[in-house]
Ligand binder design. Structure first.
Ligand code: HEC
Length: 151
């Protein structure tokens, strides 16, 4: 248990220093220039989730996830959906592990789902879904794993 907590603290410190570094290094990229590589978005990290993680929100998010996302990310979020094998690198992310390539806050996950990741199979859903629906999916994804601890 002690090791686990230390690890979490380490991940948190790393994420925090990364955000601070990128904030100092250059101004935030506009949303339409979303990059595929590992990076963080200070401006997206600051976006607060306006939708409470209620059982209703989580159920609504799961329904959408099962229809729109599970083919790639898998029924339980492991990145092992039916289409995953035929997708070239980068593969659909495992949404249950401790790695958030595009940042670990609700705001960053929301922004990534909305914009997609340029040059990858992850398309943006902002033009096809209401913000509230995307937040519901963020709340659902949070329930898939211990990743919720890195919020
Ligand atoms: C056609 C396959 C495909 C579908 C459908 C898809 N994704 Fe993705 N998704 C990907 C790929 C590929 C990546 C990895 C992008 C990268 O490496 O930059 C990704 C990345 C992500 C990430 C970032 C994870 C991280 O660790 O930072 C999230 C969150 C995500 N997807 C959520 C969703 C949600 C929610 C849906 C449904 C609305 C969805 N995806 C539908 C292929 C897909």
């Amino acid at each position: 248990m002690r090791v686990h907590l230390t690890l979490l603290a380490g991940v948190f410190a790393f994420a925090t220093s990364n955000v601070m570094l990128s904030a100092q290094a250059k101004p935030a990229a506009p949303a339409d220039q979303h990059e595929a590589g590992e990076h963080h978005h200070p401006e997206a990290a600051a976006v607060k989730n306006p939708v409470k993680s209620t059982p209703e929100s989580i159920a609504a998010g799961k329904k959408l996830y099962d229809m729109q996302c599970a083919t790639c990310h898998g029924a339980t979020g492991k990145g092992d959906g039916k289409m995953a094998a035929s997708i070239p690198d980068p593969k659909p992310s495992d949404l249950t592990d401790a790695t958030w390539k595009h940042g670990s806050t609700d705001g960053e996950i929301f922004t990534l789902i909305g914009n997609g990741a340029k040059g990858t199979a992850m398309r943006g859903y902002a033009s096809r879904m209401k913000p509230e629906d995307i937040w519901n999916m963020v709340n659902y994804i949070r329930t898939l794993s211990p990743k919720s601890a890195t919020r």
